[in-house]
Design a protein around this ligand. Structure first.
Ligand code: ADP
Length: 469
């Protein structure tokens, strides 16, 4: 059996009741002892006053002493007052009749050092509790010891009553506080339960739902806002994933459909060997396209999953650009284009050589693809502002309309859908470039005017300044 409650509500109540019980106990005990001390103090004060009165009422009679008050020989009529007079060597000289022969404590012992006003609580042989003050007094014929006692019962009764009130009030108070605490905890925790109920309804299909927030300023409101923010991010991620999957399936279906229709046509009538070669040729082209597409998809999905580890080293930007040019040289030659690389070879960046090269290859591939034959493409490296290096790929191609520029880095976005597909574009090149550059803490921007070419600029942090001449 579990003794510690599992619900926060019960635990809060338990803590509350526990703390309150300790406080009440401390308060009750404190008040009780304060009352006890102040009553005793008052009683001792009264005793002293009474003793002084008694001192003035002692009368010497033949054969002994007596206490003479205007109420008679026995002093005050009150049954609460007892008097004894002793010699310092323990001989009883006088004792009130109310004591009925009982002693107010042991007789004084000769030689014992007498103190002025010594207080003590004694129990008479009939069980009565009495507070006694013992003091010495000088008479003409010597020293006497006076003892005056007051009945303590009424003080005891008052303390008892007070204790009883405390003893009844304590469990009652704790019980009521427990009920109140439980109700309060319920009220305080109700918004959390409501949140839990609302959260249960949210599923992957319904990420548009949000938690309702009553007070955005309080702690629960802040928690709700954080949760809603997380939901928004999840929703965006899900949306991106859904769109990406739909686009990717669409992209994969196009070459497959093309291959299928080319194959079906080829099967219809008898064809010459040259025609079959053509068919196989165009099918292989589609396979190439498919391969490129699948490779790009793989790169992006690994990048999205964060599985790509960069092997960074200090590399010369110009030398990486030259490597990219040599990869694509054949394509440029086919279109009789010239590609020139300029810049200081000692401009270095701290990068993963292969990934950076892929980013540049994609930009250069576009420049070659979209520029007219016989045109010139320039790859220019240089030092930008604030420890930054740049690489610009400048072409004399058709340019990109200004309204489309914000979207060219999006996945599967193509400016001219039909034409770029025809040229073998996958629509993923620039997204891969952007990811690769951003992974190196840089960014890639585009400056272009329709009809007068494009400039793609990659900016990266500088690893080392070029050597000064
Ligand atoms: P693709 O594989 O289709 O080239 P990218 O992501 O590399 O895909 O480019 C996206 C689109 O941006 C291209 O389809 C093309 O329309 C346009 N684009 C990219 N680079 C250039 C360029 N240098 N000149 C003109 N248009 C370009």
């Amino acid at each position: 059996m579990k003794l510690y409650p599992t619900s926060v509500r019960s635990r809060l109540t338990l803590w509350y009741v526990g703390v309150l019980a300790v406080l009440l106990l401390a308060y009750g005990a404190g008040s009780f002892f304060y009352l006890l001390l102040s009553m005793r103090h008052q009683m001792d004060h009264n005793l002293l006053e009474d003793k002084e009165t008694v001192e003035g009422q002692i009368v010497t009679k033949p054969g002994g002493l007596t206490v003479q008050s205007h109420h008679g020989e026995e002093g005050e009529p009150s049954v609460r007052r007892f008097i004894e007079i002793w010699t310092p060597d323990g001989k009883l000289l006088y004792r009130t009749a109310q004591l009925q022969g009982q002693a107010l404590g042991a007789p004084p012992v000769l030689g014992e050092k007498l103190k002025r006003n010594e207080f003590a609580s004694v129990v008479l042989s009939n069980g009565l509790r009495v507070r006694v003050v013992t003091s010495f007094h000088h008479m003409e014929n010597g020293l006497i010891v006076i003892r005056v006692g007051h009945n303590e019962e009424s003080m005891g009764r008052e303390l008892n009553e007070f204790g009883t009130v405390l003893a009844i009030g304590f469990p009652l108070g704790v019980f009521l506080a427990g009920i109140g605490g439980y109700a309060l905890a319920h009220k305080a925790l109700a918004p959390i339960s409501a949140m839990a109920r609302e959260t249960k309804k949210i599923s992957a299909e319904d990420l548009a739902a949000r938690l309702s927030i009553r007070n955005p300023q309080d702690e629960l409101g802040q928690l709700g806002a954080v949760f809603n923010n997380m939901l928004s991010r999840l929703q965006q991620a899900f949306e991106r994933l859904r769109r990406f999957t739909a686009d990717a399936s669409h992209e994969l279906r196009t070459p497959l459909t093309a291959m299928r229709s080319v194959g079906e046509v080829a099967l219809q009538d008898g064809k010459t060997a040259a025609e079959y070669r053509d068919v196989i040729g165009s099918m292989l082209e589609e396979v190439d396209h498919l391969t490129r597409l699948v490779e790009s998809l793989l790169v992006l999905s690994r990048a999205d999953a964060g599985h790509v580890r960069l092997n960074r080293e200090e590399v010369s930007l110009v030398s990486v650009a030259q490597e990219a040019v040599s990869v694509l040289e054949v394509l440029a030659e086919e279109k009789r284009q010239t590609v020139a690389v300029t810049g200081e070879p000692s401009l270095a960046v701290f990068a993963d050589r292969l990934i950076l090269r892929q980013a540049i290859v994609n930009l250069l591939d576009n420049a070659i693809k979209y520029s007219p034959p016989d045109s010139r493409i320039l790859v220019r490296a240089g030092e930008g502002e604030a420890d930054e290096v740049f690489l610009e790929i400048i072409d004399r191609g058709p340019g990109i309309p200004i309204e489309q520029q914000p979207y060219v880095f999006d996945r599967f976005y193509r400016v001219d859908e039909a034409r770029t597909r025809e040229w073998g574009g996958t629509g993923l090149g620039l997204s891969i470039t952007r990811w690769a550059v951003e992974a190196h803490d840089g960014d890639v921007t585009l400056k272009s005017q329709e009809g007068s070419g494009s400039v793609f600029r990659v900016s990266l942090p500088l690893a080392r300044k070029p050597a000064q001449p």
